[in-house]
Design a protein around this ligand. Structure first.
Ligand code: EPU
Length: 302
């Protein structure tokens, strides 16, 4: 979708929103799949409510993009524009055991920055791509930890209330790859409360997690991490592997040879290829194990 209206363009400029016309979502997502649309980059949190009203007045549909690392976007010209937060400087401010982190901050850089200041707990998240906002929204986790355990406070744009709110950690429910945030809430910033740990000790934990990840996941390839959630008490990767589906392909969409719950874009896969592959694998798993796999990847197909 393209923004052509000059009044709308002037309105965006007044709000400090940068318009990037004809942006390829394939370039903004770790899967490297997705069509084209206009990207609106927000430089001031305070302008979000006005921006949403402006877009609604001009009947422009929109979606919020984080780091694009857990996302499968449809092909071709997309029927909505993308809103994304610009990275502020600084992205992280520390005060004792509290880390105030902007939602646009890179998750891996946040883990290492905190580690260098003797704040640990998030070692497992090293190597998880994406932004802190994206990790928060889906309660990203690995190697026995999840980000939700460290959340003291979240600043978010509540779409239903049309205003910025602060939620305390206990007001949010964090479950396995799921939170109580509404789908249209936009994460703006988070305060994490992290345990004190000597840098050397944290570094050791980070090395162990990095090693485990390198040995079991296709890190150099285009993927969205695990494509399906694990069913309660089970492992999607193990079930897909047991069915001998590693290497199964539709076009350039392929079940990884390294980890069967990673579906990679081995070249120029389309969203249609990836969705067909997901549906094929989901069907075979259901037939063999009677388990319906739920997407972990977020699909924006319309
Ligand atoms: N397994 C296989 N074949 C495979 C993959 C896995 O047999 O191709 C087996 C493993 O040998 C192991 C079991 O399945 O016995 C579980 O595998 P793994 O330890 O790799 O963990 P996972 O459950 O597949 C989860 C998260 C990952 C996270 C790792 C490490 C989900 C869907 N996945 O994977 O998170 O990195 O644990 O904690 O919860 C993600 O969320 O995108 C993600 C990659």
């Amino acid at each position: 979708m393209r923004i052509e209206d000059s009044k709308l363009k002037a309105g965006l400029e007044t709000l400090g929103v940068d318009l990037h016309s004809g942006t390829s979502l394939a370039e903004l997502t770790s899967l490297g799949i997705g069509g084209t649309t206009d990207l609106l980059r927000i430089t001031k949190h305070e302008s979000i409510a006005h921006l949403i009203s402006l877009l609604e007045r001009h009947q422009v549909p929109y979606k919020f993009l984080g780091g694009g690392s857990n996302l499968l976007v449809g092909d071709g010209e997309l029927p909505w524009v993308i809103l994304q937060l610009a990275k502020p400087d600084p992205e992280i401010v520390l005060a004792g055991n509290l880390a105030h982190v902007d939602a646009a901050a890179d998750l891996g850089r946040t883990v290492t920055y905190c580690a260098k200041h003797d704040l640990g707990g998030m070692e497992g998240l090293i190597g998880v791509p994406g932004t802190v906002g994206g990790a928060l929204r889906m309660n990203a986790g690995a190697y026995g930890m999840q980000i939700g355990s460290y959340v003291r406070e979240v600043k978010l744009y509540r779409a239903a209330e049309r205003r910025i709110e602060i939620l305390r950690g206990h007001e949010i429910s964090f479950e396995y790859r799921h939170t109580s945030f509404a789908p249209d809430d936009m994460m703006l910033a988070v305060t994490l409360e992290l345990p004190s740990k000597p840098f050397k000790e944290i570094l050791q934990g980070i090395r162990i997690c990095n090693e485990k990840r390198r040995s079991s996941q296709p890190l150099g390839q285009k993927s969205a991490g695990c494509i399906f959630k694990n069913p309660p008490g089970g492992s999607a990767g193990r079930m897909i592997d047991e069915l001998g589906l590693k290497g199964l392909s539709v076009g350039d969409a392929r079940v990884s040879d390294r980890h069967a719950n990673f579906f990679v874009n081995a070249g120029y896969a389309s969203a249609k290829d990836m969705l067909t592959l997901m549906s094929e694998v989901r069907g075979r798993v259901e037939k063999a194990f009677g388990v319906q796999l739920e997407n972990e990847v977020v699909v924006w197909n319309s």
